[in-house]
Design a protein around this ligand. Structure first.
Ligand SMILES: *[C@@H]1O[C@H](CO)[C@@H](O)[C@H](O)[C@H]1NC(C)=O
Length: 420
């Protein structure tokens, strides 16, 4: 026993020495992204005010629906569920607690900063929330479809998840949302985030190959573990049976990715943004007509990065300066998540990046800055971030915006006024 332990140790030391020698820069990058080399931000100094929005407990994702000037998110609504059951963090400790999870879809008014839980029609069962997307209803401009991941505990296997996607219909301004169907396919294994392209079509990321354990840790730490994919699902909105797998077709749209995590829309309708979360990389690509995704560019950030969003500046023309760009929320010290993911009292410091592609003299250059940092006390963890522009007429011509940030482990999401 001792002998084999020693030889394993010798092997690990030999491997690490070899790795440091060969992959020195890569090891440094891994430590940077994990936040090992970063001190936790001390506060949110320099910002006008940080508003914590009431009743937004553990909301992971966030989307701005500009036609109605509202935000959509999916929240756990209860403080305890997430720290006992959250497959997305490899936490499969308490499936019974998970089974009792009753999260909800929230609509947030951008102007009043009030959050409203939508009541469900036709849906009274487990809802463990994560990534969402919102697509317009082409047959009714006053309605949308909402897609949401639901991390159900497996019905027969203990301490395993059988996650699926819920499809809801919502009439804007109404207090409820109607469940249309659940969607599942064997290719949906560790779903994280959703990109909807039509009421019956979506792309979903699988964030890990391994649901838990040592191999999952390797996936988190080693960028070469390109073991995840994005899957395209097409389904009937009038399925022949109640089964989640009824009338669903699926194909792999993007394969061999590292920790394929957040997915979002870009500036053009067929643009797609995907993050390799623990590698701190934003991939920019395009949806092809054959159902695949072609990545054309990958941009590195100095922290892990979660759900990406694109801010299209509506005042670009009238103000003469285009402030459009990409938002990437992440953790300042991701290294701590291993022990804080089950601790309801811990904090997780956050960083929200804003990236713009600038072209000067024919040269393309990415400009990245930290738009918001917090020590984790106002917002604990950051996983969703969107910007909503403020009319320059209201600020004497100064370009400002409201930044909204959600955190998968935060008791509340925040709104903060920022300079563009
Ligand atoms: C779709 O088209 C791209 C580019 O032509 C190709 O690389 C990819 O293999 C195609 N995918 C499928 C599923 O046919």
């Amino acid at each position: 026993m001792a002998r084999s332990y020693q030889s394993v140790l010798a092997f690990v030391i030999a491997f690490l020495s070899y790795s440091l020698y060969t992959y020195g820069p890569q090891v440094h990058r891994t430590l940077t992204v994990a936040g090992v080399l970063r001190r936790s931000p001390t506060s949110t100094a320099g910002l006008e005010e940080v508003i914590v929005i009431p009743d937004t407990i553990h909301c992971e994702d966030l989307h701005y629906y500009s036609p109605a000037n509202v935000l959509f998110t999916a929240c756990e609504d209860k403080l305890e569920t997430r720290f006992g059951w959250f497959p997305a963090l490899g936490n499969l400790d308490d499936p019974e607690l998970g089974r009792r999870g009753r999260g909800s879809i929230h609509v947030i008014d951008v102007d009043t900063k009030k959050s409203q839980r939508l009541s469900f029609e036709n849906f009274d069962t487990t809802f463990v929330t994560h990534g969402i997307d919102v697509v317009p209803d082409p047959s009714d401009p006053s309605a949308v479809y909402v897609f949401a991941i639901n991390h159900l505990p497996h019905p027969t296997l203990s301490h395993q998840a059988r996650s699926q996607i819920e499809v809801f219909h919502h009439v804007l301004g109404s207090p409820s949302t109607r469940h249309i169907r659940s969607v599942w396919h064997p290719l949906v294994r560790t779903p994280n985030d959703i990109l909807g392209t039509a009421p019956d079509t979506l792309y979903v990321t699988n964030d890990h190959r391994h649901a838990s354990g040592f191999k999952r840790t390797i996936e988190d730490l080693y960028r070469g573990a390109t073991w995840t994919d994005t899957v395209r699902l097409q389904f009937s909105l009038h399925p022949s049976t109640d089964d989640a797998s009824a009338d669903v077709t699926a194909s792999v749209a993007l394969d061999r990715m590292h920790n394929n995590n957040g997915i979002g829309h870009g500036p053009a309708p067929d643009d797609v943004l995907i993050t390799s979360c623990t590698a701190g990389v934003l991939h920019i690509g395009r949806l092809l007509t054959n159902g695949s995704i072609a990545v054309s560019e990958s941009v590195e950030f100095d922290s892990i990065v979660d759900n990406p969003s694109y801010f299209a500046d509506p005042y670009a023309q009238s103000s003469g300066v285009d402030h459009s760009g990409y938002l990437l929320p992440g953790l300042a010290r991701a290294i701590e998540i291993g022990h804080t993911r089950t601790d309801c009292k811990a904090t997780n410091a956050v960083i929200v990046w804003f990236a713009q592609l600038k072209t000067k003299g024919g040269r393309r250059r990415w400009e990245k800055r930290a738009l918001f940092e917090d020590d984790g006390r106002r917002i604990r963890s950051a996983s969703g971030a969107v910007l909503v522009a403020i009319d320059p007429a209201a600020t004497g011509g100064v370009r400002k915006a409201w930044l909204f940030v959600t955190g998968f482990q935060s008791e509340g999401m925040v709104a903060v006024k920022v300079d563009l």
